[in-house]
Design a protein around this ligand. Structure first.
Ligand SMILES: Cc1cc2nc3c(=O)[nH]c(=O)nc-3n(C[C@H](O)[C@H](O)[C@H](O)COP(=O)(O)OP(=O)(O)OC[C@H]3O[C@@H](n4cnc5c(N)ncnc54)[C@H](O)[C@@H]3O)c2cc1C
Length: 439
């Protein structure tokens, strides 16, 4: 279960690495308790890692790295409560597939399914849809291994403060062993994807956001175009030609062709504006498919990303400022700026805590310097009290973040109670949450 050889771990984006002194691969909850207890005895910090799809160093450790790929099963489905309980390391894609076979689905997903359930909720992973919260809002129960090796079960009624905090816990409260999620009958979505002028999208943003179950758009920098996606629930069956359409749109266009354009842009950055004009030529597509297949897409082109949650009412002004910034900065930006929406929630460290939110994400291809771009965009987000996605790059600290979350103190009280010594801390939590109580 434990491997003591030191080895380097890298995240998906390739921008974070660490060298844990031990790697643990627990298979049971007893193994997990043992890993936590022996880490504490040996004076090592302990950190669970999911699929490594965070761009920040949130999952990095130089102590014990807990990999949960062998602790990844669906444990039970409760038809009366319409909930499913899974081991923390199960991926969203595996869960969605398993649910579909039972005629079930999650209400919403982000744009990939590679993340683990625990990793996704711990950073506040979300999709788009103004009536829907992030994945953590569908969590109805959790089991957590805390610093003293206790197994703590929490729900809205049992240990409610721990439950509230641990749904988006940045891995800082303990190791999540199981997660119970609300699910619902499987459903199909009608997807309509089409380029529309950005000015038109911004002029009718409320109609687009409120008039669709899931609306998002991607502004293509150096052009006046946005690629829009509208997904709405339907009783219609899956459209014929699914395999071919998937190959054409999601594999050939979004990965192979986009990858080639990105490589060209990396070699000749000054060509980026001209290359960008190719994207809106993709035309309109419309189809019906199973919800998880509409939400998620394979991602072969590697990149680094920053994403901010801002009050929904600030969306238009912020997108216009980001557009002006890109145009005036002289930067060549080869990746679309993604804009999504979500309902507010009551989770202390959720980026949508207490307010309906718009998410604005900026990207740079892997190995292309991003700091100037991201810092420029971050300054715009600071102006509207933006909250950074915990798994995506940003330059904030506990001092700049604490006043942006109504539940900040509530979270810190739970952290102080459960992990005063900082067994589950790392450099990232020290920066964004502050050092542990006893440091
Ligand atoms: C291509 C790509 C697309 C993305 N799309 C979206 C999107 O659409 N929407 C969105 O919101 N985000 C998106 N993200 C970000 C991603 O969802 C988050 O960063 C998520 O946390 C990654 O999950 P993971 O399983 O890889 O976790 P990791 O990145 O490995 O870990 C994330 C955090 O979870 C903690 N953790 C993991 N397992 C446990 C456990 N058992 N107990 C306690 N803590 C644990 C880790 O310690 C760490 O703090 C995307 C990222 C990429 C690379």
């Amino acid at each position: 279960m434990t491997d003591t050889a030191s080895r380097t771990w890298r995240n998906w984006g390739g921008n974070q690495r660490c060298a844990p002194v031990e790697i643990a691969r627990p298979r049971t909850v007893e193994d997990l308790v043992e890993v936590v207890k022996s880490g504490a005895t040996d004076g090592l910090r302990v950190k669970a890692v999911g699929s490594g799809h965070s761009f920040t160093d949130v999952a990095c450790t130089h102590g014990v790295q807990v990999r949960l790929d062998e602790y990844a099963r669906l444990l039970c489905y409760d038809p009366d409560a319409s909930t499913v309980t899974v081991e923390a390391g199960m991926t969203l894609a595996a869960l969605a597939g398993d649910l579909a076979r039972r005629g079930l689905a999650l209400a919403n997903l982000g744009d990939i399914g590679y993340q683990t359930v625990a990793g996704a909720i711990s950073t506040g992973t979300h999709g788009t849809g103004v009536g829907l919260g992030g994945l953590a809002t569908d969590v109805v129960g959790l089991q957590l291994i805390t610093a003293d090796g206790s197994i703590v079960s929490c729900t809205p009624d049992e240990e409610p403060e721990i439950f509230a905090a641990a749904r988006v816990g940045l891995g800082a409260l303990g190791i999540i062993s199981t997660v119970t999620l609300r699910c619902q009958p499987a459903f199909n979505l009608r997807a309509v994807e089409e380029p529309i002028r950005l000015d038109e999208v911004l002029a009718s943003i409320d109609d687009l956001v409120d008039g669709n179950d899931h609306f998002e758009f991607f502004w293509v920098p150096h052009t006046g175009w946005a690629l829009t996606k509208r997904n709405n629930r339907t009783d219609e069956p899956v459209s014929p030609g699914r395999g071919w359409r998937f190959l054409r749109d999601k594999v050939l266009f979004e990965n192979v062709a986009f990858g080639a354009v990105t490589r060209l842009g990396r070699l000749r950055p000054q060509w980026t504006p001209r290359l960008a004009r190719i994207a809106p030529g993709s035309g309109r597509t419309e189809y019906v498919d199973r919800s998880d297949r509409v939400f998620t897409t394979p991602r072969w082109v590697r990149f680094c990303e920053m994403e901010y949650a801002i009050p929904r009412a600030a969306a238009v002004g912020v997108v216009e400022r980001v557009r002006r910034y890109v145009e005036e900065s002289g930067l060549y930006v080869g990746f679309p700026v993604e804009v999504r929406f979500a309902a507010g929630d009551d989770i202390p460290l959720s980026t949508a805590s207490g307010r309906q939110s718009c998410y604005v994400a900026v990207h740079m291809p892997q190995a292309v310097p991003y700091e100037q771009y991201f810092r420029g965009v971050e300054a715009i987000m600071d102006g509207v009290r933006g909250r950074p996605h915990w798994g995506k790059l940003h330059y904030q600290t506990a001092a700049t973040l604490s006043s942006r979350y109504p539940g900040w103190e509530r979270f810190q009280a739970v952290r102080d109670r459960l992990d005063p010594e900082g067994l589950f801390s790392n450099a990232y939590t020290d920066r964004v949450l502050g050092p542990p109580l006893s440091a």
